[in-house]
Design a protein around this ligand. Structure first.
Ligand SMILES: Cc1cc2nc3c(=O)[nH]c(=O)nc-3n(C[C@H](O)[C@H](O)[C@H](O)COP(=O)(O)OP(=O)(O)OC[C@H]3O[C@@H](n4cnc5c(N)ncnc54)[C@H](O)[C@@H]3O)c2cc1C
Length: 387
């Protein structure tokens, strides 16, 4: 069982991450967004300082931090006006290796992921015919001697061009041959550096600066030693990583929510219309206060989920509720901030429209909030299943 960090330890993390973020101000992130560039310098510095290897145990060269501490790192990036989604996956994609990889795989990859010598921040699951319904994926991995041969298509796979390695979920048993539909999928480490023409990467044009792609696999060979854990167990393994991802994303939403609220409170306290600050009007002030209360409530759920995870307790319900509440709260704060800025909310140099586009993703991905609610209804409240 992991001990919870003392509040002071969290403050130390906050202060140290803030120091880095101060060097990469709004202008930096605005330029990245405008040019659709990858924030290479920021990610490099965060990696070199060990922040993105926070969850890798010390024996593999990582920070050995708790999920609570790690979540504060991402929260602070977003609170400072940055975009943690550009690098959050370097923090948690390795979790599947840590929990289910062989000792040899851990030794082979984790120290280099911790140091940043290897980028592992691509996770290939979603397909054109299988989004929320992961067990329907069609990309196949067929064993031929000491290799698996991969064929198929993925969509919305982020940071493939910025990664050396990708965790891939592929089908090793045809769907119709399975009694239990959650079996038959396997997880692999794909070395993107040697994929060559067998993997075509088609960048997608999205509404914000997220380096997301469609992938086409054509007889891509993956050595058998790159299978993670047991064949057919891949779906179970990725479910194990969902709670951490949801907790970390909740923290990013909290950071975003605070950024929007701070911006809205500051602007409305000074912007004068009809001879007084607009923030004195209850129609302006109360929605900001309401959004603030919702962010704080979501933050409690996030810390509750993180503490449970760190203590080794079950936290599926809390992690899902944290993601639901935090994504709704940050989206509410985004809309309030946009509203109270009038026309200026639409101006790029106010950064609101950029953060507004960025924070909207969390309602939809990595899992849609509808599916979170269905999980709560079915798995926590014991109600009838819709799927
Ligand atoms: C910017 C971005 C980055 C992404 N990065 C990655 C990545 O790196 N790797 C990866 O694998 N995927 C990634 N994704 C994919 C993301 O995880 C999926 O988009 C998400 O899981 C939803 O799948 P879908 O888009 O196919 O929606 P669908 O599954 O088609 O769902 C469409 C709508 O129907 C609703 N719905 C479906 N079934 C039900 C039901 N039973 N009850 C109620 N509502 C239902 C959903 O909630 C949703 O609102 C990314 C997506 C985006 C937009």
């Amino acid at each position: 069982m992991t001990q919870q960090p003392a509040p002071d330890a969290l403050n130390d993390v906050r202060m140290a991450v803030r120091e880095v973020c101060e060097k990469y101000g709004n202008e930096y992130w605005r330029r990245m967004d405008h040019d659709r560039s990858y924030p290479e310098a920021f990610v490099k510095e965060m990696t070199e300082l060990g922040w993105l290897g926070a969850l890798i145990p010390e024996e593999f060269g990582g920070g050995g931090m708790t999920v609570t501490e790690a979540s504060v790192i991402l929260e602070e990036i977003n609170r400072a006006g940055g975009h943690a989604a550009a690098c959050h996956a370097q923090m948690y994609t390795m979790g599947i290796l840590l929990r289910h990889g062989s000792e040899e795989q851990k030794q082979r990859y984790l120290p280099d992921v911790a140091s940043g010598a290897l980028r592992l921040q691509a996770f290939g699951v979603t397909e054109p015919n299988a989004g929320s319904e992961t067990t329907r994926i069609e990309t196949t991995a067929v064993r031929k001697g000491d290799k698996y041969v991969i064929n198929g298509e993925k969509i919305f796979i982020s940071r493939v061009l910025q990664s050396d390695l990708m965790v891939l979920l592929a089908r090793t048993t045809p769907y119709d041959e399975l009694e239990n539909k959650t079996m038959g999928l396997s997880a692999f480490i794909v070395d993107l550096r040697t994929a060559g023409d067998h993997l075509k990467v088609q960048p997608l044009d999205l509404m914000f600066n997220q380096h997301t792609n469609q992938l086409f696999f054509d007889d891509l060979e993956v050595p058998v030693e790159n299978l993670i854990g047991e064949e057919g167990m891949g779906f179970r393994y990725i479910i194990d990583s969902w709670n951490v991802e949801r907790i970390l994303i909740s923290a990013e939403c909290v950071g975003d929510g605070d950024w929007f609220i701070n911006k809205a409170a500051a602007y409305t306290s000074t912007r004068e219309v009809f001879g007084r600050p607009i923030g004195a009007n209850q129609g302006v002030q109360l929605p900001i206060a309401q959004a603030y209360a919702h962010v704080r409530a979501a933050d409690l759920m996030r810390f509750d989920a993180a503490a449970k995870y760190d203590r080794g307790e079950k936290c599926g319900a809390e992690a899902n509720m944290a993601k639901l509440l935090a994504s709704e709260a940050s989206w509410e704060a985004a809309n309030v901030c946009m509203n109270v800025h009038g026309g200026y909310g639409f101006a790029a140099d106010f950064d609101i429209e950029r953060k507004f586009r960025e924070t909207r993703l969390f309602i939809t991905a990595p899992i849609n909030n509808n599916l979170v609610l269905a999980f709560l209804g079915q798995n926590v409240l014991g109600m009838p299943r819709s799927y």
